[in-house]
Design a protein around this ligand. Structure first.
Ligand code: 6PG
Length: 465
């Protein structure tokens, strides 16, 4: 008997996805490489440890693994993003036959996916680049899946991906074909960017409440109240984290305040810069993580400069409104960015579908996402449409208040500030960029256009003299 689908790589995500596939009744082959004394019998041991893998076939020999699969073969690559994917593709291609399908479900860069699709197409093989979100638990119980590439190839693997995916409120799979090329990995990258900003916003709210001497337990209680109408996975795990103890201490208080990253936020930020989209919150969240790494400098500077003279308190209700305001801006920026890059690449990404498959299974699932999905069915822009327009109007003043108080309190809140500045910038019809244009023309003869000039002519002025 041949297996229906193979999973290559028994890391955290590969293990969880193979169990998910097997639990859903698919016959799976699993493979992990053999490295003397380091990775030995990994796939076999894993199979023995999990009853749901009773029917699965386990290998550490690549040729045997490939031969165990029914053709056209479907292989989920669950290896580290980057050169490992190319190396594995290379090793595999010697054993594959025409029309076999590789599915890269790691956090690969979408432009690498574009390149890999082309490389395999030249060999009459298919490559599906698929974003997968939900962490270890999501992968096991139902992740959100964002596949892209050749549509016909996708149709051959859709039943596997859609069956193992999380289900939305209407019991529809949180897996949808995103579009051609690397659009699936692109969308996953922006998912992670939104995730960075959502996490940073919560860290900022935590820092504000902590500065006014709220205990971890009371911050957890405040966040728990917010869950009533701002429910999200990230808010819920923050409540759990705030309450977690190690011995007598709160574990959170023992964790070093240096935030690491694996690169998707960095990619999202450089894509933002390339796209021309003013999505300011993702870079703000990334740079907040970078700043956190300057622990020594921060500690030294703390002793060199004076702190606030008097602490201005912020009510948790006002903070909640600011949090709500910034989350709307964050999602608005994220979806506008997807639209912009999708248009540039003619991917025709369905924004509402993307929001829908992010309502369950993934890290940024939230009540807000469900409402956003409904809006995006009709409109592309959240700012101009209800209920977001009214909600931004209603929470704007509290956000201003929170940001002003934080400035007086010398509390860094880069994401809340970025949200507010974006809002102020996007709703000012007559801005200050005329001065920038004049300066550019002054020192570089870069020319400028004039207001109300239907000819759209470029002007240059000799500014000196
Ligand atoms: C997800 C997560 C997942 C992973 C990120 C974390 O959607 O399941 O985003 O992809 O946890 O790699 O990224 P950082 O290490 O950059 O925070």
């Amino acid at each position: 008997m041949k297996a229906e689908i193979g999973v290559l790589g028994m890391g955290v995500m590969g293990r969880s996805l193979s169990r998910n596939l097997a639990r859903n009744g698919f016959v799976v082959s699993i493979y992990n490489r053999h490295v003397d004394r380091v990775e030995e019998n990994v796939a076999r041991d894993f199979k023995s440890a999990h009853p749901e893998l009773k029917e699965a076939m386990a290998y550490d020999d690549l040729a045997e693994f490939v031969q165990s699969l029914a053709t056209p073969r479907k292989i989920l690559l669950m290896v580290n993003a980057g050169p490992t994917v190319d190396a594995v593709m290379n090793d595999l291609s010697a054993h594959l036959d025409e029309n076999d399908i590789l599915i890269d479900a790691g956090n690969s860069h979408y432009q690498d996916t574009v390149r890999r699709i082309k490389t395999l197409k030249d060999k009459n093989l298919h490559f599906i680049g698929s974003g997968v979100s939900g962490g270890e638990k999501g992968a096991l119980l139902g992740p959100s899946i964002m596949p892209s590439g050749d549509h016909q190839a996708y149709q051959q693997v859709s039943q596997y991906l859609e069956t193992i995916a999380a289900k939305d409120n209407n019991n529809q799979p949180c897996c949808a074909y995103i579009g051609e090329q690397g659009s699936g990995h692109f969308v996953k990258m922006i998912h992670n960017g939104i995730e960075y900003a959502e996490m940073q916003l919560l860290a900022e709210c935590y820092s504000i409440l902590k500065a006014q001497k709220e205990s971890n337990e009371s911050i957890a209680n405040i966040f728990e109240q917010w869950m009533e109408d701002q429910g999200s996975y990230l808010l819920q795990i923050s409540v759990d984290i705030l309450r977690k103890k190690e011995g007598d201490a709160y574990l959170l208080d023992l964790i070093l305040d240096k935030a690491a990253n694996k690169g998707t936020g960095k990619w999202a930020t450089s894509t933002i810069a390339d796209s021309g989209e003013p999505a300011t919150m993702i870079p703000a969240a990334l740079f907040a993580r970078y700043l956190s790494f300057f622990k020594e400098q921060r500690t030294k500077a703390e002793g060199l400069f004076s702190g606030p003279t008097k602490y201005q308190s912020i009510s948790s209700d006002q903070l909640k409104e600011a949090y709500q305001f910034a989350r709307i801006i964050n999602h608005h920026q994220g979806f506008s960015l997807i639209k912009n890059v999708s248009d540039q690449n003619a991917w025709q990404v369905n924004l509402s579908e993307v929001a829908r498959i992010w309502t369950a299974g993934c890290i940024i699932k939230s009540d807000l996402m469900k409402e956003i999905s409904a809006t995006l069915e009709k409109e592309d822009n959240l700012l101009f449409n209800e209920p977001w327009r009214s909600q931004l109007g209603a929470t704007h003043s509290a956000t201003q208040h929170v940001v002003m108080k934080c400035m007086e309190n010398q509390l860094p809140i880069p994401c809340l500030t970025a949200a507010l500045n974006y809002f102020h910038g996007i709703k000012i019809g007559d801005g200050s960029a005329n001065l920038i244009q004049a300066q550019r023309d002054y020192f570089g003869a870069h020319t400028y256009k004039k207001k109300n000039d239907s000819s759209e002519k470029s002007y240059h002025t000799v500014w000196e003299g």
